[in-house]
Design a protein around this ligand. Structure first.
Ligand code: KPL
Length: 315
């Protein structure tokens, strides 16, 4: 296949769990990579100690990695994996805009809103999206644990006539080194489904302070999740998505497959970082209002997470 012959030079932007997971896997599979972190301290620690991945079968693998802070600008590359939060994209856009036209940006965000920002700031055909259902937990600034398998769906937001060779090469490479990945025609429907999963799992695990799997342990949390699902599904349907029972089952499987995982929202709250609740439940509440679809439970969760994280937005 032609795509398999293409080489690429990835730059992972983001030193959170997903960024560290991908950087480590690139390196452990013989693919050079540059890692860009938010802080100079994290880049220096990774430079000194190397990057450690705790694999699913309990091994610790440590690799040397070139890490630099975002203040030093973006290193040269052709495939930029954007593993930062939604909230960091606006700050990164000026740097991404300076990339050569041939460079590709692959965005891995939870929630919604990043597509609009990237589509406005970058050239058509330059920005791609990935929906990741794998679990990862950052144990320290230079250590990450792979906590659950999943699938990486990669592609343009909406269907385009021709597949991008560099993105196709990335997908082929991922599969060769054991990351289950697929090139999809349009990521938007998957992004909606991931939004629904994150809108149920993340705030509930953050508020109850439990790992993802424990949501399935009690009929009470399961019932709450189901009601949240019904509200969110109604909004998604009003926005043109076809949501059905299989989508509910998929969320239950995500909880099971990432059962030991602490959701990114719980991790953020514990580290006193800003959560993505506005891009997840906030997005649903906003779309609910615009489409006249009631979302009282999501509104309550949004407010509860704001209160818990001490990041009450100015009202
Ligand atoms: O994407 C996730 C997150 O934590 O943000 C899930 C799928 C819930 C895994 O933890």
């Amino acid at each position: 296949m032609q795509s398999e012959a293409i080489t690429f030079h990835p730059v992972v932007i983001g030193g959170g769990s997903v960024g560290l997971l991908y950087a480590a896997r690139f390196l452990l599979n013989g693919q050079s990579v540059e890692l860009v972190t938010r802080t100079r301290e994290q880049a220096a620690l990774i430079g000194d100690r190397g990057l450690s991945l705790f694999t699913l079968d309990g091994r610790r693998e440590t690799v040397a990695v070139n890490a630099s802070p975002i203040d030093d600008g973006l290193p040269e590359g052709d495939l930029y994996l954007l593993a930062v939060k939604q909230t960091a994209i606006a700050e990164l856009l000026p740097l991404l805009r300076q990339l050569p036209r041939s460079a590709r940006v692959l965005a891995l965000q939870n929630g919604m809103g990043h597509h609009e920002q990237l589509a406005e700031g970058l050239e058509p055909g330059q920005h791609f999206y990935a929906i990741n259902t794998e679990g990862a937990r950052r144990l320290s600034p230079f250590e990450v644990e792979h906590t659950g398998t999943g699938l990486l769906r990669v592609g343009p937001w909406t269907a385009e006539p021709v597949r991008d060779p560099l993105i196709a090469a990335f997908v082929a490479w991922a599969n060769r080194c054991g990351i289950r990945a697929e090139y999809v025609d349009a990521v938007e429907p998957y992004a909606w489904r991931k939004l629904l999963a994150n809108a149920l799992i993340n705030p509930l695990t953050a508020l109850f302070e439990i790992p993802n799997g424990m949501l399935l342990d009690s009929p009470h949390t399961l019932r709450l999740m189901r009601e949240l699902f019904d509200e969110a599904a109604a909004v998604a349907k009003r926005c043109g998505q076809k949501i059905d029972e299989a989508d509910w089952q998929e969320i239950v499987s995500i909880c099971r497959n990432t059962s030991r995982n602490l959701s990114s929202m719980l991790q953020d709250i514990r580290r006193h970082h800003r959560t993505e609740v506005d891009a997840i439940n906030g997005y649903l509440v906003d779309k609910g209002k615009r489409t006249g679809t009631p979302v009282p439970l999501h509104e309550t969760l949004l407010r509860a997470v704001h209160l818990k994280s001490g990041m009450e937005t100015a009202k």
